[in-house]
Structures are given as structure tokens and as C-alpha cells.
Design a protein around this ligand. Structure first.
Ligand code: C5P
Length: 222
């Protein structure tokens, strides 16, 4: 088998993050981790040294991949920065944008009589944007964007705002793509334009994404 990524270190995040509210409750999302795990597997198949930083998911570790499990966005941020430097960063995790301002030390109880409960949330740090701004910067930084509407315009804006080289956008909430599916349909944006991929299995899409990453690495001066 050819190993076009031999000698390259690839860092991938995958899955959701869970933001604890109290010892029994958390805010999470519907990411399964399948897309990021498929990218990690494809990069390992291409000969890379792969570190996969995974939120809480129910997936086996791909062969030849070093996996680090985390729970929250803050833990994922710390694990990513501890694993840098890398040649390639792929941020496939669905990282929480907001986290509870405080974690209650004991279970939040209903007292009776109240009509609701207000939660105070604060912004998390943007791991993808922080990696793209970090020096030394990975040569290729790739992000994902799951959107329910205006997928292309949001994706183009996000790619530029976060200074990422490749941004793979997918529509969520439609059958056969997105969070819990084995299949996906992507539009990959770079500075020059966009490429539609799929619908196809996440495994085959991941192989194509890794080939795009490999081509960018090969085309850039060391
Ligand atoms: O802005 P949005 O959350 O839609 O961007 C999605 C992309 O940004 C994904 O690649 C995700 O991994 C990354 N992200 C991140 N840290 C955050 C929020 C999103 O790395 N706090």
C-alpha cells in the first residue's frame, strides 16, 4: 500500500463535547464522531502518525491511531494544544459554543412552585480558530461546518473568519447526511472555490478528504 502521508503528523478531533451542568446532567449534541473517526482511519491508512482526540462517542479506535478521550470543550482545547505541533489539523468535532458559567457541585433540584430555570452560559474558546492562529501553524488546517440553512454562504464566511485552508460544509437535518448517519454529502471550500462530494459513505468521503489534504501538502513548499 502506498503511504503518501508517511512522516506526517495528523491531529483529528471528533465527536461531541459534553458540558456538565451538575454531577448528573450535561449539555451535549448529536454528533456521532463517525466522520472524524473515518478521517483518522483514512490518514492512518495513508501512512500518517495520527492522534485522534475524541469526545464522548461509542466507536472503536481505528487501527494504528493514538486516541485521547476527552469530555468538555475546555478539555478538548487543552488536549489539542498538548498534542501540537502537527502537519495537519482536522477539526471534525462538534465543539460546544457555550458552556455553563458554573458547574453545580450537587444535583440541581426543583423546589416546587417555580415555572422555569435560567441557565447562564459562557462562550467556549474556538479550538479551530486558535489552532489556525497558533505558530508554528499546521500546514493544512481543515474544519467542518454543520448548518441547517444557507450552508454555502455560512461555510465561505466561516472559512475566511477562522483562517482555515479547507472547510467541509454539510447540511444537517436532512436524511442521508450529517450527524448520526453513515453517509454524508459535503461541499469543501478552499480559497479558490468549492468542490461537491457525495452523497457517499463517510469512509469513502474521508479517503477523498485525505487525498485533498495530501495534495495540498505536496503542492506547498516545505
Ligand atoms: O462556528 P462553528 O461551530 O459552526 O464551526 C465549526 C468548526 O469549528 C468545526 O470544525 C469545529 O470543530 C470547530 N470549532 C472549534 N471550537 C469551537 C467551536 C467550533 O474548534 N469552540
Amino acid at each position: 500500500m502506498s503511504a503518501p502521508l508517511a512522516g506526517r503528523r495528523v491531529l483529528v478531533t471528533a465527536g461531541p463535547t459534553f458540558e456538565d451542568l451538575d454531577p448528573v446532567r450535561f449539555l451535549g449534541n448529536r454528533s456521532s464522531g463517525k466522520m472524524g473517526f473515518a478521517v483518522a482511519a483514512a490518514a492512518a491508512d495513508a501512512g500518517a502518525e495520527v492522534v485522534l482526540i475524541a469526545g464522548p462517542v461509542h466507536l472503536p479506535t481505528p487501527a494504528g491511531v493514538h486516541r485521547i478521550d476527552v469530555r468538555s470543550a475546555a478539555q478538548m482545547h487543552a488536549a489539542v494544544f498538548a498534542a501540537l505541533p502537527a502537519d495537519v489539523y482536522v477539526g471534525a468535532a462538534a465543539v460546544a459554543d457555550f458552556t455553563p458559567a458554573q458547574v453545580a457541585p450537587s444535583k440541581i433540584k426543583k423546589r416546587g412552585g417555580e415555572t422555569g430555570l435560567e441557565l447562564q452560559l459562557v462562550r467556549t474558546r474556538d479550538i479551530l480558530a486558535d489552532v489556525a492562529a497558533h505558530r508554528p501553524r499546521p500546514r493544512v488546517v481543515m474544519g467542518f461546518a454543520a448548518e441547517t440553512d444557507d450552508v454555502d454562504s455560512h461555510a465561505r464566511a466561516k472559512r475566511a473568519a477562522k483562517d482555515v485552508d479547507l472547510l467541509a460544509a454539510n447540511r444537517v437535518g436532512v436524511p442521508g447526511s450529517g450527524f448520526e448517519s453513515d453517509d454524508n454529502q459535503l461541499v469543501v471550500h478552499d480559497a479558490a472555490g468549492s468542490h461537491a462530494l457525495g452523497p457517499d459513505s463517510k469512509t469513502r468521503l474521508a479517503t477523498t478528504l485525505v487525498a485533498m489534504i495530501t495534495a495540498r501538502l505536496a503542492s506547498e513548499a516545505p
